[in-house]
Design a protein around this ligand. Structure first.
Ligand SMILES: Cc1cc2nc3c(=O)[nH]c(=O)nc-3n(C[C@H](O)[C@H](O)[C@H](O)COP(=O)(O)O)c2cc1C
Length: 420
């Protein structure tokens, strides 16, 4: 018997021996996660593990999801320019962001209501990101509170809020974030009102949630998720509930928050907030040079070029297209972070080459959470780490911090050329 045949026979035998163990609920999802080597594969594992209504809440976007697709497509269109015969025996992925060194330039975006995705919700997200040497931005809409996440995940944390109508609530959240040791405040400015998302409407995901025969059946086909959901429900925006609605049930908290988006908020309100937060201030949801300048003029230390992952205004341009002009306008006075559609290490490399300090990822880590809790988040971060390391080595760049436009095809990347 040849070595190859023996190897194949042994592998097959191991597969067969493992079969009975795979019949337990949740085993299929775990196996898929173990085998996932790309973010796309983790997304697929999450799709199988989650009821459709929850998967669509994470995966979906506003309108026709044109911007969701643009974010990804424009990143894919960026052309890298490799250098050869460069010593890349050691590749340093670390970058500095707001005075803190991170092991890699990928951080966790604020994502609300992640307790719906997995009972460990934002705690698992924070722990998974910390394990990778990165940081997590907890959303005010998180299913776990400011204090719960800080206690369970004592690594670097940012706190994200909106300029809600109830300014006393915002100040209360700020105080609590300061006391709990959150390092930076992220203010998201692209939600004057909630956007309409057709998948959520069709699925009956809303207030109050509408249980359809299809979603009930779907839940029955995902026993691991359903078991966690029934035994450890985490539905509410915990920080808000603790601050305002002591006994509020999840529906009334969500309804309360929904009324809080303030369509009248202006840049003056950001200045007001700046006076009340002494730490670093990050303004998230900037897509134009004018808005980047407004943010920096009001004292922002960093801006996040973001279209909310295509979940707010559909038809806006991709973030990688908006990035170069923002870097040029404010990059000497503020750090620039970008999010939206980052699925591959090469995407992150493209953004750094165009002047971003780091990228935020939303859906990728939430898919990881859905596919396997904290282990799934860790897996996603391992994928980014491995892909980044490989891409930088093949690109001939030994340090992520050295990336610049010389590593892109002229200034003629589709993104950069059309943005200028
Ligand atoms: C499930 C989910 C919930 C989100 N919740 C918030 C939120 O509460 N606050 C916020 O500023 N952004 C929120 N976002 C947007 C993310 O912070 C981020 O901008 C976006 O996910 C980036 O795009 P990506 O998902 O393609 O990585 C959410 C995104 C998702 C997928």
């Amino acid at each position: 018997m040849s070595d190859v045949v023996r190897l194949l026979r042994d592998q097959l035998a191991a597969e067969v021996r493992a079969l009975p163990r795979r019949t337990r609920p949740g085993d299929g999802a775990r196996r898929r996660l173990d085998r996932a080597g790309t973010v796309a594969e983790v997304r697929e594992a999450a799709r199988r593990a989650l009821p459709g209504v929850i998967f669509d809440f994470v995966d979906g976007g506003a309108g026709d999801e044109v911007t969701v697709r643009r974010n990804v497509a424009d990143l894919e269109a960026v052309e890298l320019a490799p250098r050869t015969l460069v010593d890349v025996s050691a590749v340093d992925l670390s970058v500095e962001l707001l005075g803190r060194r991170l092991a890699l330039p990928v951080i966790g975006a604020p994502t609300g209501l992640c307790g719906l995705v997995h009972g460990d919700g934002e705690v698992a997200l924070a722990r998974g990101l910390h394990a990778a040497g990165s940081l997590y931005a907890l959303a005010a809409m998180g299913s776990y509170s400011i204090e719960e996440v800080a206690a369970a995940a004592p690594g670097p944390l940012w706190f994200q809020t909106y300029l809600w109508r109830d300014r006393a609530l915002v100040l209360d959240l700020l105080d609590r974030a300061r006391v709990a040791g959150y390092e930076a405040l992220v203010v998201t400015v692209d939600v004057p009102r909630a956007a309409s998302r057709d998948r959520d409407r069709r699925n009956g995901f809303g207030l109050p949630p509408r249980l359809t025969a299809r979603s009930a059946l779907d839940g029955a086909r995902r026993p691991a998720w359903t078991w966690r959901f029934l035994t450890r429900p985490r539905l509410t925006a915990a920080s808000v509930a603790a601050g305002r609605l002591a006994d509020g049930d999840s529906v009334s908290v969500a309804a309360y928050v929904d009324r809080q988006f303030d369509p009248a908020a202006t840049w003056d309100d950001l200045a007001w907030l700046r006076e009340r937060w002494s730490g670093p201030l990050v303004v998230k949801g900037v897509m134009t040079v004018a808005d980047a300048r407004h943010a920096v003029a009001r004292g922002a230390d960093a801006v996040v070029v973001s279209n909310h992952g295509g979940r707010q205004l559909d038809r806006v341009s991709s973030t990688i297209r908006a990035l170069p002009a923002v870097v040029e306008a404010v990059g000497d006075r503020a750090e620039v972070v970008v999010d939206g559609g980052f699925r591959r290490g090469a995407d992150v490399v493209a953004a750094l080459a165009l002047g971003a300090r780091a990228c935020m990822v939303g859906r990728p880590v939430v898919f990881g959470l859905g596919a396997g809790g904290e282990a799934g988040v860790r897996r996603v971060m391992e994928i980014f780490e491995r892909e980044l390391r490989g891409t930088l080595a093949l690109l001939g760049c030994a340090r992520a911090g050295d990336l610049d436009e010389r590593f892109l095809v002229a200034r003629g990347t589709a993104a950069a050329a059309s943005a200028s």
